[in-house]
Design a protein around this ligand. Structure first.
Ligand SMILES: Nc1nc2c(c(=O)[nH]1)N[C@H]1C(S)=C(S)[C@@H](COP(=O)(O)OP(=O)(O)OC[C@H]3O[C@@H](n4cnc5c(=O)[nH]c(N)nc54)[C@H](O)[C@@H]3O)O[C@H]1N2
Ligand SMILES: Nc1nc2c(c(=O)[nH]1)N[C@H]1C(S)=C(S)[C@@H](COP(=O)(O)OP(=O)(O)OC[C@H]3O[C@@H](n4cnc5c(=O)[nH]c(N)nc54)[C@H](O)[C@@H]3O)O[C@H]1N2
Ligand code: SF4
Ligand SMILES: [Mo]
Length: 745
């Protein structure tokens, strides 16, 4: 007998609602949930393969503990005993910073990842914190921190209402969108065009997204900040700056104008390989559109001027009056956001409060660059301890970070490592203990992260679609127990972690004058929380304290877990609405258009005006049926066009004597890889493209299908030294490489 259950898809940022078909405990089908308030039935091939992803026989079922050099199946008790002993040993001998933490991307796709890592980091007190953010969006956090005073205040394009969309280094037809949560992004772009709007795409590759565009500009990789600076220059030069209703909330316009004087269209044209007249047109069209949104993603972040580029995206939104207005770029308001406090000056955003030990990289948002993880493990210095133990949660940095070979060796030399990961892969194979979470069907879902980036305010929660298999442990409990083991409370009841957070959060809330629970008794409030377990009680608390919450009875119609459970397809909270100045947390209480660190980095951009690459440069790409490093093990999602090939322009191929399908050697500062050439004019001349997340040929992994067609690790071409200095983000695009025909074996 089969049944159906609802489950929000965790496989990308679009967060589609799915209807799963379940036979016994196995997911045998998935379709889009037509009644989902947000996704309205949309599904992509990955979501449609939910059952295959979920039921992958290579997923680990029990913890593994290393004994006599080999990872062997163990009980949960044995595993946590080993974690407690391993971590405490290192902390006691070498102090808290000797324990490193690496948080990978899937943490933003799970309830566990949303609720527990902050508690883990606070409990450990380590500064050795590394996440996927520094190979991804850290430049956007830094630019938001500097502009708005809050690294997490990221405006998103109002896709449903804008008249003009400028997409920079984003390919939502493959990625389904990022830092812009929008189920059916492709449909929204088509709707934009159908209502007479304009789509402009800036990308060195003619992507499927670019093919939809009214105008595609194949820019030279790494030069977007120059192009955007020149667009801002034109707005000033031609009197097109119009802040509209933003004006009272913005400071620094005149200072910005003065700083941009050198970035004329003529000055940037050669570096960007974009005609000055076209740059003027781009700026004029942006200013002339009734509403417009500028949006940048991976191709604008993972480059040498990532923070400046991310900043300029919002500078353009601001100068054209499009920030915080319908049809422009707005700040979402999620149901689990903190209770909005009254607008006014705040603490601001600080960068570089401490530095990494070896290369002295400044921290950003409390994190050190993932590019520096290997050296923080393998390099001794006079001051401070190297990282000797590592906690990796949902992270595969051996493939996702620069120079995997070095990191691979460094991990092998650790005193202790624990991986919370469903797979034995390139990274977790080094662990002393592997703690496998259950598959998504057995886990609850709520998008703590992506609702703060969604193009429409809404809230949804799904309980596990299938009960936990015997012998499984919920990922929330795994992380709670890991926190206890890491902080000297091994063996305590995991609900102690949730109780602690509830106590602290409510204790703070009752003190805040703007809180709906101001002056009440935290114990009385805690007793009112509902939910089947600690994580549900925490969700209930966040919803009730949040901007739409019931305030623990103050607003009886407001949100609570019970109300959400009564709406299994979610609750729509309306279109994005203007919110300024409330989200601003700058010291001035205004949008600070030209913060000091930005002004200090502009001379570097000025120097780029005269720089041209000598040879080929490398960019990445994504494929709709893939996801970073961990989906190559699902046969239904591999093969066809989803292959690890080097895209090469026909003219470059001819010059190098390479034919389609030939093996080519690609060499970069960090190493060399050989991949088949795919000759295509979808990349511009002078640019080659390899996807990331491949290279599944290391011994000791347990991903049989992935290993059968391993591909190569593009990040081996990087040595980890190329960073955007303000954010510490790795440069993954626009990287100089040498390409040559590989001699036939
Ligand atoms: N060259 C190049 N490199 C890149 C990029 C690029 O564009 N080009 N993109 C970068 C970006 S944007 C990102 S976000 C990073 C991603 O980098 P990572 O986060 O390191 O890598 P992922 O492949 O997302 O996989 C993370 C791990 O999570 C595990 N996992 C999957 N589901 C779960 C779960 O439910 N719970 C737990 N605990 N673990 C789970 C997987 O098995 C895998 O080991 O890669 C970056 N690397
Ligand atoms: N199918 C699929 N979906 C995914 C993922 C996946 O791996 N597969 N990963 C998820 C993750 S973790 C993330 S962060 C998002 C990323 O989401 P997106 O940013 O939309 O993803 P990409 O496809 O990497 O798009 C980046 C584009 O930038 C272009 N580019 C490269 N260099 C430059 C440059 O210098 N300038 C400009 N203007 N463009 C440049 C590339 O050609 C590419 O088309 O996708 C998410 N969704
Ligand atoms: S678009 Fe993303 S969230 Fe939607 S079904 Fe596909 S993978 Fe899942
Ligand atoms: Mo990402």
């Amino acid at each position: 007998m089969s049944r159906t259950a609802l489950r929000i898809c965790p496989l990308c940022e679009a967060t589609c609602g799915l209807t799963l078909t379940i036979d016994g405990t196995r997911v045998t089908g998935a379709r889009g949930d037509r009644d989902d308030v947000f996704s309205k039935g949309f599904i992509c091939p990955k979501g449609a393969s939910f059952g295959a992803v979920d039921g992958d026989p290579d997923r680990l079922r029990t913890p593994l503990v290393r004994r006599d050099g080999e990872l062997r199946e163990a009980t949960w008790e044995e595993a946590f005993d080993a974690v407690a002993a391993g971590l405490r040993g290192v902390v006691d001998a070498h102090g808290p910073h000797a324990v490193g933490v690496v948080l990978g991307n899937p943490n933003v796709h799970t309830v566990a990842g949303g609720l527990y890592p902050p508690v883990l980091l606070a409990g450990l007190g380590t500064r050795s914190i590394f996440t996927a953010s520094t190979v991804d969006q850290m430049p956007k956090h830094v630019s938001s921190g500097l502009l708005f005073g809050d690294a997490n205040a990221i405006p998103v394009p109002d896709l449903d209402r804008t008249d003009h969309l400028l997409l920079i280094g984003a390919n939502p037809l493959e990625s389904n969108g990022s830092l812009c949560t929008a189920p059916d992004f492709p449909g929204k772009l088509k709707a934009l065009k159908a209502r007479g709007g304009t789509l402009v795409v800036i990308d060195p590759r003619r992507t499927r997204t670019a093919k939809l565009a009214d105008l595609h500009i194949p820019i030279r990789p790494g030069t977007d900040a120059l192009l955007l600076a020149a667009m801002a220059y034109v707005l000033f030069d031609e009197g097109l700056v119009d802040l509209g209703e933003l004006a009272p909330h913005v400071e620094g316009v005149d200072e910005l104008r003065a700083e941009l004087g050198d970035f004329t269209p003529e000055a940037v044209a050669e570096a960007c390989d974009v005609e000055p007249a076209l740059i003027r047109t781009l700026a004029r069209d942006l200013a002339a559109a009734p509403t417009a949104a500028v949006y940048g993603r991976i191709g604008s972040c993972t480059v040498p001027y990532g923070t400046l580029g991310s900043w300029l995206v919002d500078v353009l939104n601001i100068l054209t009056g499009n920030l915080d207005r319908p049809g422009g770029s707005l700040f979402p308001q999620a149901a689990t956001d903190r209770t909005p406090r009254p607008a006014g000056p705040s603490h601001g955003f600080a960068l570089g409060r401490w530095h990494s030990r070896v290369s002295k990289h400044p921290e950003a948002k409390g994190e050190l660059p993932l590019s520096a993880l290997a050296e923080e493990i393998d390099t001794a210095t006079e001051e401070g301890e190297s990282v000797r133990a590592l906690i990796a949660v949902a992270a595969n940095p051996v493939l996702s970070a620069p120079d995997g070979d070095r990191l691979d060796k460094a991990l092998a030399g650790l005193d202790f490592m624990v991986s919370v990961d469903p797979y034995l892969n390139e990274t977790s194979r080094h662990a002393t203990v592997v703690l496998p979470p259950p598959p998504p069907s057995q886990s609850p879902h709520h998008d703590f992260a992506f609702n703060t980036l969604a193009v429409r305010n809404q809230v949804r929660y799904t309980r596990p679609a299938v009960p936990l298999e015997p012998g499984r442990m919920a990922e929330t409990e795994i992380l709670a127990r890991l926190i206890l083991a890491a902080t000297g409370m091994h063996g305590a009841d995991p609900s102690a972690v949730d109780d602690l957070v509830v106590g602290q959060t409510l204790g703070k809330a009752v003190e805040e004058a703007h809180s709906p629970v101001h002056g009440r008794d935290p114990k009385e409030l805690a007793a009112l929380l509902t939910g089947e377990n600690g994580p549900e009680r925490r969700l209930d608390m966040m919803l009730r304290l949040g901007p739409y919450g019931d305030g623990f009875g103050v607003r009886p119609d407001g949100l609570s877990l019970q109300k959400l459970l009564a709406h299994p397809h979610g609750i729509d909270l309306g279109p994005l609405a203007p919110r300024l100045p409330q989200p601003l947390k700058t010291r001035s209480g205004k949008v600070e258009l030209l913060a000091r660190p930005i002004a200090d980095d502009l001379p570097r951009l000025r120097r780029a005006l005269g720089e041209l690459p000598d040879g080929l440069v490398l960019v990445g790409r994504r494929h709709l049926r893939s996801n970073n490093s961990w989906m190559h093990n699902v046969p239904a999602l591999t093969g066809g066009s989803n292959r690890c090939t080097l895209h090469l322009h026909p003219e470059d191929a001819e010059r190098l004597g390479v034919r389609d399908g030939d093996p080519v050697r690609v060499k970069g500062a960090g190493g060399e890889v050989t991949a088949p050439a795919e000759v295509t004019d979808a990349v511009r001349r002078g640019v080659v493209s390899l996807p990331h997340g491949w290279g599944h040929d290391r011994p000791g992994t347990r991903m049989s299908h992935a290993a059968s067609d391993p591909g190569v690790n593009v990040n081996q071409l990087l040595d980890g030294s190329l960073l955007d200095p303000l954010s510490g983000n790795a440069v993954l695009n626009g990287v100089p490489v040498e390409v040559a025909a590989a001699l036939p074996a």
